[in-house]
Design a protein around this ligand. Structure first.
Ligand SMILES: C[S@@+](CC[C@H](N)C(=O)[O-])C[C@H]1O[C@@H](n2cnc3c(N)ncnc32)[C@H](O)[C@@H]1O
Length: 277
């Protein structure tokens, strides 16, 4: 596989050591520079592009770690659990009445432990944790995982003075590597739900595709082993497997879902298993 990124650029002196450690983890080149001062954003992006032959870099600035796509168009993303969008979703997103809550089987007296086997940028996991679930997150793509790790780190700094956020973060645990490796681990002793939201085979072309999804499509493309992942999940003893799909996309597995929940854009296919399976 060709590597989409070969460079991490740090423009934040305060986080130089951390940025260097991230670069080492990803086995990519590390540059420290002050080139952002006084430059227009166009000139800044041009100077980043001069440091790599790839179309994007990892960028550590005062706002934390970002994926900065430079070509063909400019796109900058990061994981931010404290953004106004996430705050709105947390406080006004419909609580336990929202579709994702129903899909994982949240009840007033039941907050299942969820294994989010396709954590991505952690949005669904964060929503589930904010609704009271303990969520194990697995992410195998190293670029995505390090963005997630940095998002958790920054959120936990802010959370020192925010007890609500702190308790949500305490319910999130990130695992490195392929989720299939967790299916036979201790995690399965407590997990009541396996949640899957793989990269879809037919990326939406609409302008409305969120920039985070565009960036994931750029880094990952399609998750080609999704059917295996679902079949392996179905062979565990977990009683509820939930698959998030675009509303109009076919289901993944040969086995029909027990039932479906349909929203405006997404559909949740829910597979219920008996204890004996
Ligand atoms: C569509 S994204 C998930 C988005 C996520 N639900 C969110 O709210 O941000 C799919 C992610 O699953 C990851 N993934 C796919 N198959 C995986 C597997 N078997 N183990 C771990 N991660 C996996 C991909 O690398 C990708 O980052």
């Amino acid at each position: 596989m060709t590597r989409p990124i070969d460079t991490l650029i740090c423009v934040d002196k305060a986080n130089k050591d951390l940025a260097k450690a991230y670069a080492e983890t990803l086995s990519i080149a590390f540059f420290e520079t002050e080139l952002s001062d006084g430059l227009s954003s166009k000139a800044f992006e041009k100077s980043l592009a001069e440091k790599t032959s790839k179309n994007c870099v990892m960028l550590m600035d005062e706002g934390g770690l970002h994926l900065q796509i430079l070509r063909p168009s400019v796109l900058k993303i990061q994981v931010d659990f404290t953004s106004s969008q996430m705050k709105y979703r947390r406080l006004k997103g419909g609580g336990r009445n929202q579709l994702i809550a129903k899909a994982v089987g949240l009840k007033s007296n039941l907050s299942p432990v969820v294994l989010d086997a396709t954590a991505g940028l952690g949005k669904d996991a964060f929503v589930l944790a904010s609704l009271g679930c303990h969520v194990y997150m697995a992410e195998r793509n190293p670029w995505v995982r390090i963005l997630l790790e940095d998002g958790l780190r920054r959120a936990s700094l802010v959370a020192e003075n925010m007890p609500d956020l702190k308790s949500i973060l305490e319910r999130l645990e990130l695992f490195e590597g392929d989720a299939k490796g967790l299916f036979e681990s201790q995690v399965m002793e407590t997990a009541g739900v396996i949640y899957l939201d793989p990269m879809f085979p037919h990326p939406e072309k609409r302008a409305l595709v969120k920039k985070e999804m565009q960036a994931l499509q750029y880094l990952i493309g399609e998750d080609e082993d999704t059917e295996d992942l679902l079949n392996m999940a179905l062979s565990t003893k977990v009683k509820r497997i939930v698959v998030k799909r675009p509303r109009t996309e076919e289901g993944i597995a040969f086995r029909k879902a027990s039932y479906e929940l349909e929203g405006k854009r997404n559909r949740y296919d829910i597979y219920l298993q008996s204890c004996e399976s």
